[in-house]
Design a protein around this ligand. Structure first.
Ligand code: GLC
Length: 743
């Protein structure tokens, strides 16, 4: 859609009033109407390449206009229609506003009347790339409708420990799963005139000391574990922007780190979008610009003290600051031009010029959470739910003569609790205002009434009440939550609810483990529901009848939970992160996490998540990739065939149960010993639904990278020759087909 007639006239009037700038327009007025028809003609032809359009625009810009593009506009942060940040457009150049908002589970921050989707870890838990793309596309549609054209997500940092307060926003512990999920979500968001943003680049795997911690991680571990998701976002999803993180890497802040912002990103991966800082993550003018930072963002305009909460002291990319750096030779003009080009090129490429947004009261107040979007959120919440236990097929709940009594227990089950547990804390928190989250209690009650079941509710922090209600019921659904949040790490694997006021969440003292223990001890037919963002310990597990992990399920959590309980939909999730037995099982030395003297050393190297459990022969509570459904599957006929660049692995999957169900076949590769790799690594997966008795041959392709390791000696990827183990199964520990391949 071209710019509206009104905007064209506005641009024309603006251009005509520009004094002292001999634009093509003014010169053209004397010699012909054509040139004056559109002052932006040189760069507003949608059929032209983004690169050419960007070059033409930059060539037409004054220095002031260029410098204007490189830092956040006033008022900053939420004061601009509830968004995280913006750069005012330049109408005379047809440059639209650049409006940035959070984030991974929907249009969040101080936005209202948007859909809150299941959080990042839940999106990964679906292992369903089509659904992830759908979620991304729905988020992109709502962003555009809200007058936003940069979504500050997805976050894709690897879950190195279970304690990171932002694990809920990210895609788990494995680089292959995180990469595929990131690509799918980005493709969805960018199917609209909205840019996605790969964050937080890079090695931002804790919150305790996030603003200043200096991360030390060896090159091979960087390349094989922590960078692949960002590399895929750039090379496979053409992400429009990357957000450099707060922390230091090897002694240099990420936002002024040439190795990160130019070496990996531009030189190795060919990134052609822009690098935007995290809010308050800039600590210099010329060094940051020279390193590869293009756009500065901060929550505060100027003159705030640098603190561990607010970040740096204020603006570093102001026009005067940048011009002074050019004037005194610290910064080349060519770099300034390049920074502007890096910003406008993806804007051209992804339609932001041709379909500009207009933030304002109308979009801010509009309700963009349509029934179709809520249906996507409901389906995603069920398909992300991981069922960890289902003793004697307690679930799904089958019809009983005369109905049954269901006791629903827990603060997190009621509307107040559910509104707080709708998503994790911090910038990505979807407030769900106006309140429209469907709580577990509401969802279960409406589903139960349709089936002639009865529901009683107790809040449950008084374990006597919890025990009595459980004992008196036919089935119990006890709901608990752990309030993970940006800005703070988890103290342990316990369950600590949080109360949230928009993006600010605070842990509140509601005891839940005793509540769960009381309910499961009082009634064997107890379903434990964990609304969490990361692994939790389960001392009550032996007594539980069933365990469901819906993560932070978004606005439709209650309906999706009822769909799963009654079998309308299956619990379609599989774990994107290993669940330890307890805190003692996978310890971290202080210098490894959260660091000592401001330095954090990733001494474990490649042994992250299941890689560590496999290498140490440790049995976790639940392994990576694990999850139960409502039917069963058999695998047979493994065939492994070498191809030009890698291999093709195929096998037959059969639904051996009595109901239609989904299965997530996972392919793990074991490199030859001398490769020095972890015992096995995820290199392929798919998700398919089969009817009872139906069989299908699945074929997964392995590319050259699947057989490669990063050679620090040769500074590139190298294929290690030898015999590879090929294993297929339903989790990293349930591998039922095994083969070998010589490379
Ligand atoms: C925050 C977060 C980042 C977010 C940004 C804008 O500090 O680290 O994820 O996108 O600021 O809210």
């Amino acid at each position: 859609m071209r710019r509206s007639r009104g905007r064209q006239i506005l641009a024309l009037v603006a251009a005509l009033t520009v004094v002292g700038t001999p634009t093509a327009l003014v010169a053209g007025a004397a010699d012909g109407a054509a040139a004056s028809a559109d002052p932006c003609a040189a760069w507003m032809d949608p059929s032209d390449s983004a690169a050419r359009r960007a070059d033409a625009l930059v060539a037409a810009m004054t220095q002031d206009q260029k410098l204007h593009m490189l830092t956040f506009g006033d008022p900053p942060w939420f004061a601009y229609w509830g968004t995280a940040g913006h750069v005012d457009g330049i109408p005379e150049l047809c440059i639209p506003d650049l409006v940035l908002s959070d984030a991974g589970s929907g249009v969040a921050g101080l936005q209202i009347a948007t859909t809150v989707f299941p959080s990042g870890v839940a999106q990964a838990a679906t292992w369903d790339r089509g659904l992830q793309r759908r979620i991304g596309s729905t988020i992109g549609a709502e962003a555009f409708a809200k007058g936003i054209n940069v979504m500050l997500g997805p976050g894709m940092n690897i879950a190195r420990t279970p304690y990171n307060g932002r694990n809920f926003e990210y895609f788990g512990e494995d680089p292959y799963l995180a990469s595929r999920t990131a690509v799918s979500v980005i493709e969805g968001i960018q199917s609209h005139p909205v840019l996605a943003d790969a964050k937080h680049y890079a090695f931002n795997n804790q919150e305790t000391d996030r603003m200043t911690v200096d991360v030390r991680v060896d090159e091979r571990t960087r390349r094989e574990i922590y960078l692949p998701a960002f590399e895929a976002a750039v090379k496979k999803a053409d992400v429009g922007s990357v957000m450099c993180s707060y922390n230091r890497v090897g002694g240099t802040y990420a936002c002024e780190n040439p190795e990160l912002l130019t070496g990996y990103l531009r030189d190795d991966w060919g990134f052609d979008g822009f690098v935007v800082s995290d809010w308050g993550a800039v600590h210099s003018t010329a060094p940051s610009a020279r390193a590869g930072l293009d756009l500065e963002m901060h929550a505060f305009a100027a003159g705030v003290p640098a603190t561990p909460v607010t970040g740096s002291a204020g603006r570093y990319f102001g026009a005067d600051q940048l011009q002074a750096a050019v004037d005194d030779g610290q910064l080349r003009q060519a770099r300034i031009d390049g920074m502007v080009r890096n910003i406008v090129r993806p804007m051209f490429e992804h339609g932001l010029f041709d379909d500009p947004v207009s933030p304002g009261a109308e979009p801010f107040l509009s309700d963009v959470s349509t029934p179709e979007h809520l249906a996507v959120a409901r389906r995603a919440a069920a398909d992300a739910t991981v069922m960890l236990k289902n003793r004697d097929r307690l679930l799904p709940l089958r019809p009983v003569e005369g109905g049954r009594t269901i006791a629903v227990i827990g603060w997190a089950a009621n509307p107040v609790g559910a509104a707080n547990a709708v998503s994790g804390g911090g910038s990505s928190h979807g407030s769900g205002l106006p309140p429209r989250v469907v709580s577990p209690l509401e969802g279960i009650t409406s589903a139960a009434l349709e089936r002639g079941d009865r529901v009683v509710y107790v809040e449950g922090s008084n374990v006597v009440d919890a025990r009595a209600a459980a004992a008196a019921a036919d089935v119990v659904v006890v709901v608990a939550t752990d309030g993970s949040s940006e800005g703070t790490d988890r103290a342990d694997l316990g369950l600590r609810p949080a109360a949230c006021l928009t993006v600010f969440c605070q842990a509140i003292p509601i005891e839940q483990e005793d509540m769960i223990a009381a309910a499961t001890a009082a009634n064997p037919d107890t379903v434990v529901v964990l609304d969490v963002g990361a692994p939790v310990r389960m001392p009550w597990l032996p007594d539980a009848g069933a365990v469901l992990v819906p993560w932070y399920g978004g606005l439709q959590h209650g309906n999706a939970l009822a769909d799963v309980l009654y079998g309308v939909r299956e619990p379609g999730g599989r774990l994107p992160q290993t669940f330890p037995v307890d805190e003692a099982q996978h310890p971290f030395k202080p210098e490894e996490y959260p660091g000592v003297g401001g330095k954090e050393s990733y001494d474990e190297g490649l042994l992250v998540g299941y890689r560590w459990y496999d290498a140490t022969g440790t049995r976790p509570l639940f392994p990576f990739g694990y999850g139960l459904g409502y039917t069963t599957f058999g695998f047979r006929d493994l065939a492994v065939r070498p191809t030009a660049g890698g291999a093709r692995v195929s096998f037959v999957v059969r639904n051996t149960g009595r109901r239609t169900g989904a299965v997530v076949p996972q392919l793990y590769l074991s490199a030859p010993k001398r490769a020095g790799e972890p015992p096995r690594q995820l290199k392929g997966f798919t998700k398919l639904t089969l009817k009872p008795g139906e069989s299908r041959r699945v074929s997964l392709a392995l590319d050259r990278r699947a057989f490669s390791v990063w050679s620090t000696r040769r500074d590139r990827w190298v294929v290690v020759p030898g015999t590879y183990g090929v294993a297929v199964g339903t989790s990293s520990r349930d591998l039922v087909l095994r083969g070998r391949l010589a490379r």
